[in-house]
Design a protein around this ligand. Structure first.
Ligand SMILES: O=c1ccn([C@@H]2O[C@H](COP(=O)(O)O)[C@@H](O)[C@H]2O)c(=O)[nH]1
Length: 276
């Protein structure tokens, strides 16, 4: 999917919501456990109930790998279901990969070619030759971890190298990579105070923003400092939406939570149109 197609979807749906499919057998409604593939059954119901309210889904790969071959099969069914039934949806493999060049190429082939995701999250720690293999894929997007939502982000990411914080170096150096027009960045909603600085370095890039809801980040604060004229934000919520209910009505409850976020996002978009 191109960035322009993603922007068009955001305007059409008046939403920049990304729903995280962190599907955990210990948390899904118990009655689903008798299904042949409970993870896919759960994901399909969530997707069918919420696809009109969001522009992206983000399966976190750890939740699938944890169940071995069966988990990987549920992941494959989920991405195939999305691509076949909702091709307008932007898909994110939250895999946090990155390795020496030839290994990164295999990761890229796994997620972009075999599974046909639109994008993947990548750890930037190994630098240029670990990231550029992902950027070589046309109309695929590489989402670099810049300033993450967790407390441990302060261990390294905000430490200074000379006069500059590490996360700022990640942002500015990565813009020099070949194919950098396909870069997006992860910035936690819990780090709203940093968005202004981040926008000085990457004024137009899309930011994937996890951390609203369960982690305490605030949508309005993120939008106030992070929005661009093309919106430039994908706000992720996982547990806050998909586990809204553990009962028979789990999909309706997820729809209700997604709807609340979409309404809040529409308000932010209305505000944006008054500015630009
Ligand atoms: O900085 C980061 C990077 C990734 N994540 C992931 O996003 C979701 C957040 O889930 P919630 O339930 O909405 O808190 C999850 O998959 C994380 O691994 C992040 O939280 N922060």
């Amino acid at each position: 999917m191109t960035t322009q197609e993603l922007i068009a979807q955001i305007h059409k749906k008046q939403s920049f919501l990304c729903i995280g499919l962190d599907t955990d057998l210990d948390k899904i409604p118990k009655f689903l456990l008798k299904e042949e593939d409970p993870i896919f059954t759960f994901n399909k119901a969530i997707i069918d109930a919420t696809h009109h309210l969001c522009v992206a889904y983000k399966p976190n790969i750890a939740f699938y790998e944890a169940y071995g071959v069966e988990g990987w099969s549920s992941l494959r069914k989920t991405i195939e279901y999305l691509n076949e039934n909702y091709p307008e949806i932007f898909t994110i493999a939250d895999a946090k990969r990155g390795d020496i060049g030839n290994t990164s190429t295999r990761y890229a082939k796994a997620f972009f070619e075999d599974l046909n995701f639109d994008s993947i999250t990548i750890a930037p720690y190994m630098g240029k030759d670990s990231v550029e293999p992902f950027l070589a894929f046309e109309n695929k997007h590489t989402i670099l971890l810049a300033l993450t939502s967790n407390e441990g982000a302060f261990d390294f990411q905000t430490k200074k190298i000379g006069d500059t914080e590490l996360y700022k170096e990640v942002l500015s150096i990565s813009t020099t990579y070949k194919g950098s027009e396909n870069l997006m960045y992860v910035v936690g909603a819990t780090k709203a105070a940093y968005f202004k600085e981040i926008r000085k370095i990457v004024p137009n890039s899309f930011l994937l923003v996890p951390g609203v809801g369960a982690q305490g980040g605030n949508l309005h604060d993120v939008c106030a400092h992070g929005m661009t004229k093309d919106v430039g934000l994908l706000i992720n919520s996982s547990r806050g939406i998909i586990y809204a209910s553990g009962e028979q009505n789990f999909a309706e409850a997820a729809q209700q939570k997604a709807c609340e976020l979409q309404i809040a996002m529409k308000k932010e978009l209305d505000g944006l149109h008054q500015v630009f």
